[in-house]
Design a protein. Structure first.
Length: 84
C-alpha cells in the first residue's frame, strides 16, 4: 500500500465522519423541532378546549337569561339550551 492510498483512506474516513456528524445534528434538530411542534399543538388544543368551555358556559347563561325574560309570543322552553 502506498502513501497515497493511505491518504485517500484517511480523507475518506474524515469525510465519512463529517457526514455522520452532520446527519446526527440534523436528526437531533428534527427531533427537537417535532417536540416543540407537539408542545405547541398540545397548547393550542388546550386553548381551544378552554375557549369552547367558556363559550358553552356563556351560551348556557344567555339561554337561561332569555328563558327567564318576558318576551311576548315566545315560550320559556324555546330558549332552553337543549332545544336550540
Amino acid at each position: 500500500m502506498s502513501t497515497t492510498d493511505i491518504s485517500l483512506s484517511v480523507l475518506q474516513a474524515t469525510a465519512l465522519a463529517s457526514e455522520i456528524s452532520l446527519a446526527k445534528n440534523l436528526a437531533t434538530t428534527s427531533v427537537n423541532k417535532v417536540n416543540n411542534l407537539t408542545t405547541e399543538v398540545n397548547n393550542l388544543r388546550s386553548d381551544v378546549f378552554n375557549s369552547l368551555n367558556t363559550l358553552d358556559s356563556k351560551f348556557k347563561n344567555l339561554c337561561n337569561l332569555l328563558a327567564s325574560a318576558d318576551i311576548s309570543g315566545v315560550s320559556d322552553v324555546s330558549f332552553n339550551y337543549t332545544n336550540l
